[in-house]
Design a protein around this ligand. Sequence first.
Ligand SMILES: O=C(O)CCC(=O)C(=O)O
Length: 256
Amino acid sequence: MSEYEAFAKALRQSCQDNGFALVKQLLAPETTRHLREELVKVFASETRYPGDIYDNPSLGSIRIDVFNRYPAVWKAIFDSEFLKVLQMLLGEDFVLLPESALHHRGYGTWHKDTDSQQKAGHRFHWEPDCDIVQIAFYLQANTPEYGGGLEVIPGSHRVDMRWYEESQKGYRVPSEAGDLVIFNTRLDHKACWPTGPVPVEIEKYAVFFMASRNNAHARQYIDFIRGRSGYLFMDGFSFPEPVQRLTQPRGIQLLV
Ligand SMILES: O=C(O)CCC(=O)C(=O)O
């Protein structure tokens, strides 16, 4: 088996068994540094868009619609092997979803990203071919002392039940700046919390995208978010031309 095939096999196996995968050093160190500088600028800026979140006690600050509002961010990431890794995992014709966000100092509690759709009465995310993932680039290491990344309950993407308390300890995904973390939207997860004040030079910054295997569930998910309050960016959303030019020749689907 070639190195490429072994990598693809391990990636798929980890997502299937554990509900997440960690891909080491997908971004070059200078790209990570550049991205961190970009995010520092974005969160220092006064520009306000409806649907963004400002200094929420648990979620921190969130800026949405990376594709249209922060082109330097998606370009730096898409310039890596990012799309190729997603094709290995979700198929050559995977669907890039419109949802994307930048996070600063977010420390939320345990949840599945499917909780809101389940509360709204949907069950499509439990169908065996539903394969919708969150994709995170954390721009600092995830350490026991300072957090900075993701904590997960491995295998919980197969379990439709909350079986832990908020104090439950999970597995700290040992990501470092430049790594890629992919997780199933059914996986129980939360931000890895710091145990004390975090020095400003390692404050938590992250970039999130979403993608799906190309089947009817991608459309079901988009139809669901279109009906949700807070998803104002979806009114008239389109992927900008440069994203279309980069993805479409490779067979990657853009759904809105
Ligand atoms: O803050 C994190 O690292 C996790 C983010 C998260 O839980 C989410 O966006 O659903």
